[in-house]
Design a protein around this ligand. Structure first.
Ligand SMILES: [Zn+2]
Length: 395
C-alpha cells in the first residue's frame, strides 16, 4: 500500500479533481476570449505538472500545482492533493499548513471539512504530535465522521504508546462499527499485557490476560507460548511442554521460536522420547533447518556423534542449508587433524561469514527483513506477519 501511495499514478489519481476543474475551466472560459490566455496557461500548467509527476519529478510537480492552487483558492481537492504530496514527501510542516488553511476556511461543506481534519490528523501523527492527532481523531469519532479511519489511526497511536487497554477498547469499537473481526489483533494486545505482567512476576494477572487472548483467538500461538513460559516458571515442566507443543501445532512456522524453551522443558521433565517423537513429526511438516539441528543434537547425546552426522548428512541432501553445513563441520572438526583440520577451520569461517547479516525473517505483508523475530512488523505494523525465511542461507 505504502509503495502504491508513493507511486506517480496514485498522485495522478489524487489530482483527478484538478483535471476535472481544469477541464471545467477550459469549458467555462471557451466562450470568453478575454480570459482565453489565462485558461490556456492554467491547462498547460496542469499538464506540465502532470508530466512532471509521470516522470517522477515530484519537486517540479509540486511547484506547478502550488501555483494552480493559488489561482483558485476555492479548490479544495487541489489543496488536499497538495497536502498529501507534502506529507508523503516528508514535508510535514507544509502539509500541516495546507490542511490547517483548509480547515480554517468558512465555505467548506461538512464532508470537506472532516476530510481535511482527517488529513491534518495524519500530518500530526507523521510529525510525532500524537496528543494533537489523538484529540482530532477523537473528535471525528464523536462526530461519527470517517470514524473507522479515525479509529484505525487512534489504535495505531495507542500501539505506539503501548497503551494496550485503550488499543483493545478502540479495536472493539472498530469491530462494532465495521462488522469486521479484529480478534487476532486484539489477542496480540492481550498477549502484550500478559507479557508485561509476566515481566513483573504477576503470574495470575498474566494468566487472566491470556484467558482473554484465547477468548479472541483460541489457537493464538503467542498466547500458548506465554502460557508455556508461565508454567515453566511455576515449575510445571510437563505442563509447559504441552503448551509449547500446542503452539507448534497452531502454527508450525513459529517452530524456531518455540524450540529453545520446548527442548529445555523436555529435558527438565525428562521426556526425551517425547522430544524425539515431536521433532520427527515437525520435520515432516516444516521445511526449515532448526528442528533437524535439534534432532541431530539429540541423536549425538543418545547414540553418539556418528549416528548424528549420518542423520544430518541425509537431511542436508533433502534440504541444503548453510547452518546445517556449519553444524556438520563442527561435528567433523574434532575427528580431523593436520591439514584437513586447517581446511575445515577455514570452511567454518567462510560459512559463518556467509550467514553474517542474513535476514532470517521476513514480513509476509510488506517484505521487511529482520534477523530476529518480531510479533509486530516494525515496518508495516501488522501483527503475526513476520515469518522465517526458508532458504539455503536462512532458516
Ligand atoms: Zn510488514
Amino acid at each position: 500500500m505504502t509503495t502504491f501511495l508513493l507511486h506517480p499514478l496514485y498522485l495522478l489519481f489524487l489530482l483527478l479533481p484538478v483535471a476535472a476543474w481544469s477541464g471545467w475551466l477550459i469549458g467555462r472560459h471557451a466562450s470568453a476570449r478575454r480570459s482565453g490566455a489565462r485558461t490556456r496557461e492554467l491547462s498547460s500548467s496542469y499538464f506540465r505538472g502532470l508530466n512532471y509527476l509521470l516522470n517522477e519529478q515530484p519537486d517540479k510537480a509540486i511547484e506547478v500545482f502550488m501555483k494552480l492552487a493559488e489561482f483558485n483558492r476555492d479548490t479544495v481537492e487541489t489543496h488536499l492533493a497538495l497536502g498529501n504530496l507534502f506529507r508523503r514527501r516528508g514535508e510535514v510542516d507544509r502539509a500541516i499548513r495546507v490542511h490547517q488553511h483548509l480547515v480554517g476556511r468558512q465555505n467548506l461543506s461538512e464532508d470537506e471539512k472532516t476530510v481535511a481534519l482527517l488529513e491534518l490528523g495524519e500530518d500530526y501523527m507523521r510529525a510525532g504530535l500524537l496528543d494533537r492527532a489523538e484529540a482530532l481523531f477523537d473528535d471525528l469519532v464523536a462526530m461519527n465522521a470517517h470514524a473507522p479511519s479515525a479509529l484505525r489511526h487512534l489504535i495505531a497511536i495507542y500501539q505506539h504508546e503501548r497503551d494496550w487497554h485503550k488499543a483493545i477498547e478502540h479495536a472493539r469499537r472498530l469491530e462494532a462499527m465495521t462488522g469486521e473481526s479484529e480478534s487476532s489483533t486484539i489477542a496480540q494486545f492481550y498477549c502484550e499485557l500478559a507479557d508485561q505482567s509476566r515481566a513483573h512476576g504477576a503470574r495470575d494477572e498474566a494468566r487472566d490476560y491470556l484467558d482473554h487472548a484465547f477468548a479472541c483467538e483460541p489457537e493464538c500461538v503467542r498466547a500458548h507460548m506465554i502460557a508455556g513460559h508461565l508454567l515453566a516458571e511455576a515449575g510445571d515442566h510437563p505442563g509447559a511442554v504441552e503448551a509449547f507443543e500446542r503452539a507448534a501445532r497452531a502454527d508450525v512456522d513459529f517452530v524456531p521460536e518455540i524450540l529453545p524453551p520446548l527442548l529445555d522443558n523436555y529435558a527438565r521433565s525428562q521426556q526425551m522420547d517425547r522430544a524425539e517423537r515431536f521433532l520427527t513429526d515437525v520435520i515432516r511438516r516444516y521445511q526449515g533447518i532448526s528442528p533437524v539441528l535439534a534432532l541431530m543434537r539429540l541423536y549425538a547425546k543418545r547414540e553418539g556423534e556418528r549416528a548424528a552426522v549420518d542423520f544430518l548428512t541425509r537431511q542436508l541432501r533433502q534440504r541444503p542449508s548453510v547452518r546445517g553445513l556449519m553444524a556438520l563441520i563442527d561435528a567433523t572438526l574434532d575427528k580431523t587433524e593436520g591439514e584437513a583440520r586447517e581446511n575445515f577451520l577455514i570452511l567454518r569461517d567462510l560459512t559463518r561469514k556467509l550467514l553474517e547479516g542474513q535476514a532470517m525473517y521476513r514480513c509476509s505483508r510488506c517484505g521487511f527483513g529482520a534477523k530476529a523475530h518480531h510479533w509486530q512488523c516494525p515496518s508495516c505494523k501488522n501483527w503475526g506477519t513476520v515469518r522465517p525465511i526458508h532458504g539455503v542461507v536462512n532458516e
